[in-house]
Write a protein that binds this ligand. Structure first.
Ligand SMILES: *Cc1c(COP(=O)(O)O)cnc(C)c1O
Length: 433
């Protein structure tokens, strides 16, 4: 026991076990347990105290960017660089040429410059902190205009209006929930307004009698009045989603081409990289962000910078569809998915293969689905099957649709099919008895 858990913790566990026995004896008159029983209880405590909480699962939900399941899985290329940078010393803040101090801010910046032709880039801890940084540094004490249709709450309690307030920025709401016109923005321009902000309505869509002016027109108008335009894109797609039967997700390139002064987005949504907040655009503005103390507090770590750089490399080499897992999943052919579902069904000898829908998730393309094929299993207690599969190693996460348990191959990388089948078989064997 000591070898596995260390002396101090073992002593603590044995004391707890003894305390428990004492309590039970005094209060309930239970027999005094023997040494073996005391040790068994102690070992149980130790394993429950140290039970890992963060580990691999197999995502069979069909939701590609699943925030609860860690958003984007990283590419092999990204993992390789993370491993090398993590295991060894690196050039994180070291300039090889001069042999002196360098800046961690350069790492992904040059790649963004090459890939998107931007003047400047800054990578921080996540997109929530990117938004907070932009507003705190550039608009504190001033007024920022935002449409009422964009006062969004993203998961985890991140609300655009509250972040604005938190940064000391005054919010000027314009338009209505469903409609905002260019004149709504223009009427709000005055000496105190300093910027227009757009927050991509990530996780919901307003349908029906709706309209928003073209972003190009808002930007033109804002610039004419001397205001900046900041675009919080959220998912940060660098590739077009529409060839895959999805609605077009606003792309980073489009906001930049439209003239946004700053664009920000997450690293681990549709970019398909590590957790990060990425700010692109005007050098003059980004230079101000870089030197602010808040930027230091929310800086990106070396593992994230390594993974992000390697992920961007896939885009530069135009191999993102084949190498970046979220794009592999978005672009996976329906026939291939169907044949994998059939293979699961054949190997496991259970359930049926049926048509269903996968989702992009991660607060992008709400309500949009991709056609898929799934393994569906009919059991008396669907929740119980899901719970049993969650105890597998790795755990399988499925979902219930019309009282059937369904498993979507789209969100499991083909090389994990073996694990899926192994865990499913083990779990299912209890059902066959
Ligand atoms: C997801 C999202 C955020 C928050 O990004 P994190 O990387 O999770 O911090 C902010 N704004 C929008 C529009 C988003 O979709």
């Amino acid at each position: 026991m000591e070898e596995k858990y260390g002396h101090t913790l073992v002593v603590k566990a044995i004391r707890s076990s003894l305390d428990q026995a004492r309590q039970e004896h005094l209060q309930e008159g239970s027999a005094v347990p023997d040494l073996a029983s005391i040790l068994i209880v102690a070992e149980g405590l130790l394993s429950s105290w140290l039970k890992p909480t963060l580990f691999q699962v197999l995502n069979a939900t069909g939701v590609i960017v699943h925030t609860n399941l860690g958003r984007a899985p990283l590419s092999e290329g990204a993992l390789e660089v993370v491993r090398r940078v993590g295991k060894n010393y690196s050039t994180l803040e070291f300039d090889l040429e001069s042999g002196g101090r360098g800046s961690r801010l350069i790492h992904a910046e040059s790649l963004f410059q090459q890939l998107l032709g931007v003047e400047s880039a800054l990578v921080v801890n996540n997109n929530a902190s990117a938004v907070l940084l932009m507003l705190t540094v550039l608009t504190k004490g001033k007024k920022v205009i935002i449409s009422r249709s964009q006062l969004v709450e993203i998961g985890g309690g991140f609300r655009i209006p509250e972040v604005l307030r938190h940064s000391g920025t005054d919010l000027v709401e314009v338009g209505t929930t469903n409609k905002v016109h260019l004149f709504d923005y223009e009427r709000a321009f005055n000496k105190e307004t300093i910027a227009v902000m757009r927050a991509h309505s990530s996780n919901y869509s307003i349908v029906g009698f709706t309209s928003e002016p073209d972003i190009k027109d808002i930007i033109k108008s804002a610039h004419k009045a001397g205001l900046w335009f900041f675009d919080d894109l959220g998912s940060g797609a660098l590739l077009d989603t529409s060839p895959f039967g999805l609605k077009h997700e606003p792309m980073v390139q489009e906001s930049l081409a439209a003239g946004a002064d700053l664009v920000c987005f997450s690293g681990d949504k549709l970019l398909g990289g590590p957790q990060a907040g990425i700010i692109l655009g005007s050098k003059e503005l980004i230079d101000q962000l870089k030197v602010h103390p808040l930027a230091r507090a929310i800086r990106a770590d070396k593992m994230a910078l390594a993974a992000l750089s390697a992920t961007l490399d896939h885009y530069i080499k135009e191999e993102a569809l084949e190498k970046v897992p979220v794009w592999q999943m978005i672009s996976a052919s329906v026939e291939k998915i169907k044949s994998r579902a059939e293979k699961w069904q054949k190997t496991l000898q259970l359930g049926e293969v049926a048509e269903s829908e996968s989702m992009v998730g991660g607060g992008s393309l709400p309500g949009e689905t991709l056609p898929t094929w799934v393994l569906t299993v009919e059991v008396d207690h669907p929740q119980k099957l899901l719970a049993d599969l969650r105890e597998g190693s790795p755990a399988i996460i499925g979902r219930i649709e019309n009282d059937r348990v369904i498993f979507d191959p789209r969100t499991i990388l083909p090389q994990s099919d073996i694990d899926f089948i192994k865990v499913f078989k083990q779990t299912w064997s209890q059902y066959e008895k």
